[in-house]
Design a protein around this ligand. Sequence first.
Ligand code: GDP
Ligand code: FE
Ligand code: FE
Length: 190
Amino acid sequence: MEREQYLAAIKPRMPEKRYIHTIGVMETAIALAQKYGEDVKKAETAAILHDIAKYADIEWMERIVRDEHLDSRLIGWGSELLHGPVGAYIAQSEFGITDEELLNAIRFHTTGRAGMSRLEKIIFVADMIEPNRRFDGVDRLRKKAQKNLDKAISACVRHTLAFLIDTKQPIYPLSIECYNDIMNREDSEG
Ligand code: GDP
Ligand code: FE
Ligand code: FE
């Protein structure tokens, strides 16, 4: 499928604001893919589809987790944690996407995970720094993304975890595994 077809497919499934965010993620992900030598078309498609499940019914999403044997820890965490894995399921079942790298970029875009691929990092970072995002520190993250993808993902993950701790929210196991993996790599790089 081409960009315009994907965009037409996602538009009715989300409010205008989320669609504008998605366009921002798409443009940012394409630029990062070009900069870091990733498949631009894959980055474009993953970005367009990354939040496709954001407004799906939570009970339906939990049913998908059970029926499709997705990560059972997801049950009870709410739609913020469900929409990545369920989004990957929709990409596969409705759009016929079979590329595991592309599906993983959608699946892990909220939490990250240990051993993220370059495409996963690009979608995670693009989601946080796209031009419509406004929060303290976003400009520093944008600058890092222009310089070094690994430093950018490290800063983005630390920013998200710091925010979750500040706001007293529980941290999903994959988010912690992602953080530990990044810190261990940075440590071994000196
Ligand atoms: P969005 O879908 O474009 O809004 O962005 P994300 O998919 O990256 O994040 C959705 C929400 O999930 C944000 O509010 C994050 O703060 C939140 N989130 C990310 N990781 C975790 C986590 O480990 N635990 C909890 N409770 N929330 C998380
Ligand atoms: Fe999301
Ligand atoms: Fe998003």
